[in-house]
Design a protein around this ligand. Sequence first.
Ligand code: SF4
Ligand code: SF4
Length: 66
Amino acid sequence: MNFRLRVEVLSNCVGCGICWTVCPKGVLAGRLRSKAYVLNESLCSGCFSCQNNCPYSAIRVTPIQY
Ligand code: SF4
Ligand code: SF4
């Protein structure tokens, strides 16, 4: 069984910048006050720092089986 990680930024993102600051892999990027975006999902290590630190619960990391 193989897994990859899906990283999704939800519509209630306010662009606070926390997620792209805490991500150790450069998966996320953005501009302050604009919705964050996923730059390179394949680099995600599944550390969940983005999800755990978002004050708005606006980012979700999900293992996908394939
Ligand atoms: S931490 Fe949450 S609200 Fe802030 S930019 Fe990232 S997804 Fe958006
Ligand atoms: S789970 Fe970790 S590596 Fe993946 S996007 Fe979030 S902070 Fe970056």
